[in-house]
Design a protein around this ligand. Structure first.
Ligand SMILES: C[S@@+](CC[C@H](N)C(=O)[O-])C[C@H]1O[C@@H](n2cnc3c(N)ncnc32)[C@H](O)[C@@H]1O
Length: 303
């Protein structure tokens, strides 16, 4: 059995179905799902508080299938997400894709699109499907299980037949440095969670942690004159500003912004640092204590 999650065009509703049998719908799906109960063995975690998914009549069935057999739909296209293999498209991914499609990005003369840190391949598939000038989609994903999941999704795509697709399973930095060229554009929802100075000795780890990739993408886009679309959190705004200040010839335009809960298990000191130094907000009247602002942004080379 498979759970179908259908995000509405305007990101205001998320419907759950199994075999076209509706299981329920949540409104304002800022997290796509509203708790982490699915991670357990089907039981509801006592800490999770009121939860939009668990108020649905078929919550148990949703939790049971979630992340194991989940097909995620948006605008008639879907990807299969397997929680054991990689990161799902989340609200920041949807915000980015929606803003870019509305702005008709990538621009008309882009032939090759790089989806960096592709996960399920959702961003690349959505954009390439909508932009006829793109003849080549290259997904880059450093994790082998995620790259396999991505390849399954690219391989199942049955839209445009004139689209050549490939996946590279390696760190994007080396590949882009060597291969990014004129006529290419980059789209990414890279890891964006800044780390406090006292937590920076270890290398960036985990699919959401660190701002190295964010800063690298701005630098390489400026160096090679490539259009770049990024989904990130304003928690990383100073990193973005710093990278932009060192990257001449790029103009930044914010296409969309949205306040969303931050659903990550971090230490109290980490949360405190994000509040003191990076603008994390504490909310008392929400299931989730911490909120931040996600942004969909494009960087365009000038001249
Ligand atoms: C936050 S997830 C986003 C996944 C997907 N783009 C989406 O929005 O649904 C970031 C992804 O980047 C990948 N990643 C992290 N560092 C990378 C690197 N150096 N090169 C390529 N992929 C990387 C991670 O494995 C993870 O799948």
């Amino acid at each position: 059995m498979q759970l179908d999650m259908r995000m509405s065009d305007d990101l205001s509703r998320l419907a759950f179905e199994v075999s076209e049998r509706p299981l329920g719908e949540i409104l304002s799906p800022n997290l796509m799902w509203q708790c982490s109960c699915y991670a357990g063995d089907g039981g509801r975690s006592p800490e999770c508080g009121p939860c939009a998914v668990h108020e649905l009549p078929d919550a148990a069935e949703i939790s049971d299938l979630f992340g194991r057999h989940t097909r995620i739909w948006y605008r008639g296209l879907s990807v299969l997400w397997d929680g054991w293999r990689g990161w799902p498209p989340s609200i920041d991914t949807f915000c980015l894709v929606r803003a870019l499609l509305r702005a008709q990005w990538p621009v008309r003369d882009v032939r090759r699109l790089w989806d960096i840190g592709a996960g399920t391949g959702f961003i690349g598939l959505q954009l390439a499907d909508a932009a006829p000038s793109i003849t080549h989609l290259t997904a880059v994903e450093t994790s082998m299980p995620a790259a396999e999941m991505c390849w399954d999704n690219l391989d199942s795509y049955d839209g445009r037949s004139d689209l050549t697709m490939e996946i590279a399973c390696q760190p994007a930095q080396g590949l882009l440095t060597k291969q990014l060229q004129e006529g290419d554009a980059i789209a990414a929802c890279p890891p964006y969670l800044p780390r406090p100075p006292w937590d920076c000795d270890s290398a960036d780890s985990g699919p959401a942690m660190g701002t190295d990739m964010l800063r690298f993408l701005i630098r390489i886009a400026a160096e090679k004159g490539a259009p770049l679309a990024l989904g990130y959190s304003t928690l990383a705004q100073s990193d973005v500003n710093e990278a932009l200040a060192n990257a001449s010839g790029l103009r930044m335009e914010v296409l969309a912004e949205r306040s969303v809960p931050l659903r990550l298990a971090l230490s109290p000191e980490f949360f405190e640092w994000l509040m003191d130094e990076r603008g994390l907000r504490q909310e008392t009247d929400d299931v989730f204590a911490y909120h931040h602002t996600i942004r969909a942004v494009i960087f365009t080379p000038q001249g």
